[in-house]
Design a protein around this ligand. Structure first.
Ligand code: HEC
Length: 132
């Protein structure tokens, strides 16, 4: 008997592939805003964080996101690590990669907001920056 591939089989395979691909696609990042933050302010922060998420992916993830076959973890930075301008100078990699041309001040602001309020991933960034 000849093995026949029926139309239904193809449809099943396509559906399965769509299901698998949709699981692997970019996940929406969740945020932890302080409970005291009112709704309209939260909306504005969410808008900024979503911009920051995209910009982080472009400018920072290459060095900072831990990727494996199955997962992608954005490290948790402490509030002390997420300061402003000094981030550009905090190490040689940053001095070269984070210039005013590659990441504008406005963009850096969105990124830092994103890192501040994104849900914790459990992956702590242990840097050389000493807090005191
Ligand atoms: C070319 C690689 C590279 C890129 C791109 C990069 N970083 Fe880093 N980053 C590093 C390295 C290396 C460290 C040093 C680890 C340490 O703190 O000792 C670091 C440290 C940090 C720290 C900790 C600083 C501290 O004071 O402890 C923060 C926060 C950070 N990066 C944020 C960012 C953000 C935000 C971006 C994107 C705008 C970015 N990094 C892009 C390589 C990079």
């Amino acid at each position: 008997m000849k093995f026949m591939i029926k139309k239904e089989h193809i449809a099943m395979i396509v559906l399965l592939m769509i299901a698998v691909l949709s699981c692997m696609g970019p996940k929406k990042v969740a945020y932890d805003f302080p409970s005291t933050m009112n709704e309209s302010v939260q909306k504005e922060y969410l808008r900024q964080c979503e911009k920051g998420a995209v910009l982080y992916e472009i400018s920072c993830s290459g060095c900072h996101t831990k990727k494996s076959m199955l997962s992608k973890k954005i490290p948790d930075f402490t509030a002390d690590q997420i300061y402003g301008y000094e981030i550009r100078r905090s190490n040689k990699n940053h001095e070269n990669a984070l210039t005013a041309e590659t990441v504008t001040t406005e963009e850096l602001g969105y990124i830092l907001n994103f890192l501040m309020y994104k849900k914790r991933s459990g992956l702590l960034h242990k840097g050389t920056h000493v807090e005191n």
